[in-house]
Write a protein that binds this ligand. Structure first.
Ligand SMILES: Cc1cc2nc3c(=O)[nH]c(=O)nc-3n(C[C@H](O)[C@H](O)[C@H](O)COP(=O)(O)O)c2cc1C
Length: 296
């Protein structure tokens, strides 16, 4: 029986969805699977149980959303804390709205560098496309099609990583340069937390406090207060039942209509989708191959 560790950071649930599907597929393939969600509470538990840093697995798979052409800070923190090893196999799954376009192509590069220095063997890289949770919403039919495709993408990923199939992506110099320049986002995301404000419509339900993956929100005299550990995942903004959390400067980051994968999933159950040809028409033609080919 193969021992597989899945390590996931997810802001608004897209990466988490794929991680759960992958977990199910791996269990079906008789693997012993441990999942670590990189969130304050799960990290505390894992540290207590001694499963946070351990690398006693046949295979480690790290899953994360692309943030500013790179992996978010909690993922870097985790791999930097890993002990050195003699070639444990690692698969990297990035989840993004833009897919494997050149601007995103170096999103795994920094992680690979650190992992390789520690003796890990990154043999597999894959980009999963999910609806956009920032700037501009992905069109509804395309979002539904992406969710519909997720189980087959997870099944194929499980198959390939268990076969230890080599799947490495060559990055262009310009992609690496852009990712390097965008490292500034690791600082600006902390400021994002500080520019979040609360509207009068806040019911003090405390959902934002409970949900923040970084434990960065504290209730102070009935009002949520944001600390310096924000990673700009946008979970609190979208999860608030009364839409009471908003940034005062980076308003453009937030999709006005909100972001709710549950709703898109439910809508999919009652919708007969148009053809892939229509779904990927116009500005969506870049995604044709991803939609058409289950192995991409
Ligand atoms: C701060 C931030 C930066 C992002 N940067 C990128 C990016 O550089 N490229 C991209 O394709 N998508 C980007 N996205 C979109 C997310 O990668 C995408 O919506 C992903 O599905 C979110 O996953 P999650 O639901 O697990 O958080 C960004 C999202 C946020 C919140």
């Amino acid at each position: 029986m193969k021992r597989v560790k899945l390590v996931c950071f997810s802001g608004t649930g897209g990466t988490k969805r794929f991680t759960s599907l992958l977990e199910t597929c791996l269990i079906k393939n008789s693997c012993d699977v441990t999942v670590l969600y990189l969130e304050t509470k799960s990290i505390e538990i894992a540290k207590r149980e001694g499963t946070f840093y351990d690398n006693s697995y046949d295979l480690i798979t790290i899953l994360f959303p692309v943030h500013a052409f790179d992996a978010p800070e909690p993922v870097y923190k985790w791999i930097k804390a890993l002990p050195n090893c003699k070639s444990v196999s690692v698969a990297l799954i990035s989840v993004s709205a833009g897919g494997e376009i050149w601007i995103n192509q170096a999103c795994r590069f920094g992680l690979i560098k650190v992992l390789s220095q520690k003796g890990y063997d990154v043999f597999y890289e894959r980009m999963i496309i999910m609806p956009s949770n920032m700037l501009i919403a992905t069109k509804e039919t395309f979002s539904m099609r992406l969710l519909q495709l997720l189980p087959i993408k997870a099944e194929n990923t499980a198959k390939e990583i268990l076969e230890l199939k080599q799947r490495r992506i060559k990055t262009k110099f310009k992609s690496r340069l852009l990712t390097r320049l965008a490292k500034i986002e690791k600082v600006t995301s902390k400021l994002f937390g500080k520019e979040l404000r609360i509207k009068k419509s806040c019911t003090q339900c405390g959902l934002c406090v409970k949900s923040c993956p970084m434990g960065n929100i504290k209730m102070n005299h009935g009002t949520p207060h944001f600390g310096w550990h924000c990673v700009e995942c946008l979970r609190c903004v979208y999860i608030c039942p009364t839409h009471s959390i908003y940034p005062i400067i980076s308003r453009y980051m937030v999709i006005k209509e909100g972001y709710d994968l549950e709703r898109i999933g439910k809508q999919l159950e009652n919708t007969v989708l148009e053809s892939d040809e229509e779904i990927t028409s116009g500005g969506y033609s870049f995604f044709k191959e991803y939609i058409k080919n289950d192995w991409v």
